[in-house]
Design a protein around this ligand. Structure first.
Ligand SMILES: [Ca+2]
Ligand SMILES: [Ca+2]
Length: 413
């Protein structure tokens, strides 16, 4: 009985070290954990003595992911508070929540409560009243169930709920670009209604809805929602939905003159749909989020599963268009990012353990082959570009100048 507990604390302890709240360590230092600064060791002791032995700290699915202990000065009194969430699966499915306050040279439990949810879908801090931090907690009752957002302020009496709503996605950003964090809530009631609503803390000390926008409710669900820079000068949200049997569509939401705007809503000439859904992301590392869609190579419109799809990423031009920033081809374990000088109308020949890309004159632009490790032999015409657990990947030396355009998929994550 003791062993799993020790293991769970051990893992949590490492996550704690990695959480980077107030302590940062390089991986090399983690091999022999250094003594924690006194205040962090005290916090760890306070948590261990406060929560049940079988408790496991949990990290949220969205928001401040990959962390289990959240340290911030919530009330701006100059000393940190610490927030944790935990479950005790063997006793109850509910999530518990605790806040510790650093006073009189030690950590003291300030709030310790059971929450009305089984899964911690989202957690983040949002500056609200006089820049004090509110807690934004998203709880789910289980897969596919309604999710509920609770927003809390801390005061002497403990936590006070200042706002609550059901949601599909929560995005904290500064869409209005006034320097104040705002919150966009996406809600989808499939086949009935879908909305995006933008909220901001206002001078009369409450969460105010600045704008609301109707979205298409005929989608299966959102696979991804990401807020940030969406063009050189504009912040926004790319919302990626799955539609129909397998397709995807993406919406770009921005804030213009006091209103949320669905940028491409009436522009049928812009490709924001894809035969398979793709997640919007900053694909080229320029700090701006791009949306992705798949296209069939020139003349290769085969059955869905047989098509050697090309992934295209487009960046909003800030007006009515998308600027293509990257094309790539993905196969099993690797990605070929197309050099910008390649023509648009390439064809892709997929064979057993080889891929060849041609232009329309049948000139080869790249050739990749792969061989199971145990059968590999050196070949004069090919150069090894990557090795995985099972395969050795080689590129035809005639095209080796594009070596950097071949990437193992794992390395792009
Ligand atoms: Ca404080
Ligand atoms: Ca980008």
């Amino acid at each position: 009985m003791m062993k799993p507990i020790i293991q769970s604390f051990g893992l949590t302890f490492i996550l704690f070290l990695l959480s980077g709240c107030t302590i940062a360590h390089t991986p090399a230092q983690l091999i022999t954990p250094p003594a924690l600064p006194k205040q962090d060791q005290q916090l760890w002791n306070a948590i261990q003595s406060d929560i049940p032995e079988s408790a496991q700290l949990i990290s949220p699915r969205g928001g401040l992911r990959d962390q289990t202990i959240f340290q911030e000065d919530l009330d701006l009194d100059g000393s940190d508070e610490a927030v944790i969430f935990y479950t005790e699966q063997s006793f109850s499915p509910y999530i518990h929540f605790a806040i510790y306050d650093y006073t009189e040279d030690d950590w003291n439990s300030m709030v310790h409560k059971q929450l009305e949810g089984y899964e911690l879908d989202y957690f983040n801090f949002m500056p609200t009243d006089a820049n004090k931090l509110s807690l934004v907690v998203g709880l789910a009752q289980g897969e596919g169930q309604t999710k509920q957002l609770h927003m809390y302020n801390m005061n002497q009496e403990g936590k006070k709920e200042i706002f609550s709503t059901h949601y599909s996605n929560i995005l904290l950003d500064d869409l209005t670009q006034d320097g104040v964090t705002d919150m966009t809530i996406i809600t989808l009631d499939r086949l009935n209604s879908a909305q995006a609503a933008l909220y901001q803390w206002n001078d009369s000390k409450s969460v105010e809805k600045l704008s609301e926008l109707s979205l298409d409710p005929y989608v299966n669900g959102y696979i991804n929602a990401i807020a940030g820079k969406v063009s050189k000068n504009k912040r926004g949200i790319w919302l990626d939905a799955q539609v129909g049997a397998h397709s995807g569509t993406s919406y770009l939401l921005t804030y213009e003159e006091g209103h949320l705007l669905n940028v491409f809503e009436d522009l049928n000439h812009i490709q924001t749909t894809s035969p398979y859904p793709m997640e919007s992301k900053d694909i080229n590392g320029d700090g701006i989020i791009e949306m992705g869609y798949k296209i069939a190579p020139h003349g290769q419109e085969y059955a869905m599963v047989d098509t050697p799809w090309i992934d295209v990423y487009g960046q909003w031009d800030g007006d009515n268009g998308l600027i293509e920033v990257q094309r790539s081809y993905f196969q099993g374990e690797f990605i070929i990012v197309f050099p910008s000088l390649w023509p648009e109308d390439v064809t892709i020949l997929e064979e057993d353990k080889s891929v060849t890309i041609h232009n329309q004159d049948q000139h080869t632009l790249m050739e990749i082959i792969w061989t199971p490790k145990e059968r590999w032999e050196e070949k004069e015409q090919y150069e090894i570009v990557a090795k995985t657990t099972d395969y050795i990947y080689e590129m035809n030396r005639d095209y080796i100048q594009h070596k950097d355009h071949f990437k193992l998929w794992m390395e792009t994550l």
